[in-house]
Design a protein around this ligand. Structure first.
Ligand SMILES: [Fe+2]
Ligand SMILES: [Fe+2]
Length: 325
């Protein structure tokens, strides 16, 4: 067995090869097909919400009617699907790169990472299909601003420690969102909800693999290399924040044009503010505050590094918790 896979990790005390093997076993068992299992010839039901209230924060906009809030949840749900397709581009590329470390070593770890990459390619195809369906069913003019390859290029220029930290954060928050907000909401479009049910099933294995790989990368680094990783992770959080600011503004403009009535300047500003809060919550704060992610990060980063990360997140967290007027 490859020496790197003999280490024991975290709360699960099994040797790491067994943990990679478990991911392969579950991945084979739950494997799904885009058409046969997920879409099944269906379209979006626009009489229902996409994004659940727990994530969309649309209930804060008390001047909107229920139908208007529903439309805003659909705009957010469309962006949510596009955002996953975006991050899966760099996640697949990074996983392929890391899998080279196992290619002539632990074949179990290698297979687990190849399967992860294959699943992310399938997810991107699913999300592209959904975007095409949404563009046929929703009013014209919606734009998803970030370009997957531009974002991937910027993310992949950072060191692996930071990229794996961001990746674990994303794959953990995708599960937390499903369990705490999407699954319990009975008023969502069935197709939209099913997409994230099936996505969640495969992402559960991904989060385990991300943690294993992040720890493996961490173990190979010097103290200086880890500190550089923290700096890069903070820069990546800043880049994600820039990206969500751009998309929140675009989605607010799209909603305001298509809401079907004149909104005051103050109401328009509130919509833009709630969208930015919702996106900062969805894509940054909910993951950063997740206990499972926090446990791993606290183990890998020093207290001084945790303070740096906390200081960088501070203004974003403060904004998310502020009231909108
Ligand atoms: Fe995915
Ligand atoms: Fe994933």
């Amino acid at each position: 067995m490859h020496a790197a896979t003999m280490q024991e990790t975290g709360r699960d005390r099994r040797p790491t090869t067994d943990r990679y093997a478990k991911c392969i076993e579950v991945s084979k068992r739950i494997r799904w097909d885009i058409d046969r299992d997920v879409i099944r010839g269906r379209r979006f039901d626009l009489s229902k919400k996409f994004m659940p209230d727990g994530l969309s924060k649309v209930q804060q906009l008390t001047f909107l009617s229920p139908a208007e809030k529903r439309f805003l949840s659909q705009v957010q749900g469309r962006t949510y699907a596009n955002m996953f397709a975006l991050v899966e581009r760099f996640i697949g590329a990074k996983t392929t790169e890391l899998s080279h470390d196992h290619a002539l070593g632990d074949q179990v770890a290698f297979e687990a990472l190849v399967r992860l990459t294959d699943e992310e390619l399938k997810h991107q195809e699913l999300f592209r299909r959904l975007e095409r369906m949404a563009s046929e069913q929703m009013p014209e003019g919606y734009q998803f601003m970030p370009q997957p390859n531009d974002v991937a290029g910027a993310v992949l220029s950072k060191c692996s420690w930071a990229v794996m930290g961001l990746t674990l954060d994303i794959e953990i928050f995708s599960q937390a969102h499903y369990r705490s907000s999407i699954e319990p909401d009975t008023e969502l479009s069935e197709l939209w909800k099913d997409v994230f049910l099936f996505h969640w099933k495969e992402e559960s294995q991904h989060a385990i693999l991300d943690e294993l790989e992040w720890r493996r990368v961490h173990a190979q680094l010097s103290e200086a290399g880890r500190d550089e990783g923290v700096t890069d992770l903070i820069e990546l959080v800043g880049a994600v924040d820039h990206l969500v600011q751009l998309q929140a503004k675009g989605d607010a403009d799209y909603f305001i044009v298509h809401v079907g009535r004149e909104l005051s300047k103050a109401e328009q500003a509130s919509i833009a503010d709630v969208l930015l809060k919702a996106y900062r919550w969805q894509y940054i704060v909910s993951g950063a505050q997740d206990a499972r992610f926090g446990d791993v990060l606290t183990e890998l980063a020093t207290p001084a590094q945790m303070d740096r990360i906390g200081a960088a997140l501070g203004p974003i967290v403060a904004h998310v918790t502020q009231a909108t007027h």
